[in-house]
Every structure is written in C-alpha cells, then in structure tokens.
Design a binder for this molecule. Structure first.
Ligand SMILES: [Mn+2]
Length: 265
C-alpha cells in the first residue's frame, strides 16, 4: 500500500513538473549525443539504453517492453532520440497521449510503411495510425514525394502531405484539426548545410523549420515533441575533423530547435 502511494505521488510530481518548464530528456541508445555537451547540459535526464538489444532500426517485442519500462517514469516534453535508427520511439511516447491529437512529422521519409511484424524506424507512423485511437491525423512536412509510394491505402485518408510550396505557417496550421499536437523532427528533413544524418536528406533550411515550430506553438498546444537524426558513432568513428564539424552542426540545430520550442512555451 505504502509503496503504491509513494509511487503515485512521485508520478504526480513528475506530471506537474512537465506542465511547467519544458523538460528535456535524452534517450541515449547509441552514444550519438555524447559529444554534444551543451545539449547534454540542457537536458534534465540522460537515460542510458545502449545495453538494450534488438533496438537498432527495428524494435523487437521484448525490446519494446523493456524500453517502455525504462522510459515510463520520465515525463519530459522534449525528447532527443539519437540517430534516426530509433525514430520508432516516437510511437511509444505518443501512446501516452490521452486526448485527440495530430502528429506533425518533419522528416525526409514518411516512416509509414508497414512491416509484417516489427515496429521499426520505417513503420512507426503506420503503426501509430493503426493502433492509437487518439491520433486523428498525421501531417507530413518535408517528406519527398516518392516516399509516399507504398503507404497502405487505408492509412492515406488520415495523412496530409504538404508539398514544398505549402511549407508555410498558414498551410501547416490549417492542416491540423486538433488543439493538441505532437511534433516529431527527423533532422534528415534539413538540407545538409544545417545537419548531417545517416540517411538521405531533404532541402529544408533550418530557419524555415524554426519558423514553422514557433507558428505551431502559437496556434496549437504542443503536448510532446522529439528530435532525432544524429550521426551514429559506430558508422563514422569519432576522430575525424569532418565528424567533429558534423556533430557541431547537428548540435547547433538541436539547440535552435530546443530554443524555438522553449520560446513558444
Ligand atoms: Mn524518420
């Protein structure tokens, strides 16, 4: 009994905190954020996850249960997830939302292709549309048109794709039918000038992304957000100057995104 009550109080305290300042969490799957000292300084918590198996690209059911258990007690509003290989974590975070909401996804890929069995960085949007009853609509910003091919037809009626000429605050807000919004940002949406990831990238300039985020926060209630698209250390090695420069570029983008979401409250 006592234990249960204490746990409840702890959870309530965490929830209250989340309503005030923007709390930032780092889910450290791959060490890709380890060199981003300023970003780490801005985080309330860094959750070590690199001992979990079955989490790269795909998330096995066992890994999903373990991940859920580890993340459950943290109520941050902004999550940094490392490289795009772990983008499916957005699905687990959105599962917590208890009211009708819209997912606004800034990504070069749609992440909406169903895989037969596993949750993955390419399927999580499809899984969310199929399984999360509170998710009313997905708005895709920055997705290249060819990546819309192959999305199951049953899902497309709940997806709005904004072509480049509609990357404006007005068009974006008009596409969102709910007050509550969850924002997910894969930095592969950005032109490589502004960030370097391990996937092919789009052409969005960072200042445009920041403008859209501020407009979103003014017009709607952002109930949660996440950012991925770091360079995975395993693929790059940490010591070259080019890698250092890429990490610095990604950190600048991350801090600017954090700032845009903080300004807006
Ligand atoms: Mn993605």
């Amino acid at each position: 009994m006592k234990k249960k009550a204490a746990k409840k109080a702890h959870e309530a305290a965490a929830a209250n905190e989340a309503d005030g300042d923007l709390k930032v969490a780092i889910a450290d799957f791959d060490g890709s954020l380890q060199l981003q000292q300023r970003l780490k300084g801005a985080a309330s918590v860094i959750i070590g996850l690199n001992d979990l198996e079955g989490t790269t690209f795909f998330c096995t059911p066992e890994a999903q249960r373990a991940l859920d258990r580890r993340l459950r007690r943290y109520h941050a509003r902004l999550w940094f997830l490392g490289s795009g290989n772990y983008h499916y974590t957005s699905y687990l975070l959105m599962r917590r939302i208890r009211r009708p909401f819209t997912l606004v996804l800034f990504d070069h890929h749609s992440d909406a292709h169903l895989q037969p069995t596993l949750l993955s960085c390419g399927s999580w949007v499809a899984e969310a549309l199929l399984r999360l009853s509170q998710l009313q609509r997905v708005v895709l910003v920055g997705v290249q048109e060819r990546y819309l091919e192959g999305i199951p037809e049953a899902l497309t009626e709940k997806i709005t794709w904004l072509p480049p000429e509609k990357w404006t605050a007005e068009e974006l807000v008009a596409a969102i039918p709910t007050r509550a919004v969850y924002v997910s940002i894969d930095k592969d949406v950005l032109d490589p000038r502004w960030a370097l990831t391990n996937w092919d990238q789009g052409q969005m300039p960072l200042p445009l992304l920041l403008d859209l985020l501020r407009a979103l926060a003014r017009a709607r209630k952002i109930v949660g957000a996440d950012v991925c698209g770091e360079l995975p250390p395993a693929q790059q090695g940490w010591f070259g100057r080019e890698v250092q420069e890429a990490v610095a570029r990604n950190e600048r983008a991350n801090l600017a995104i954090l700032q845009a979401l903080t300004d807006a409250g």
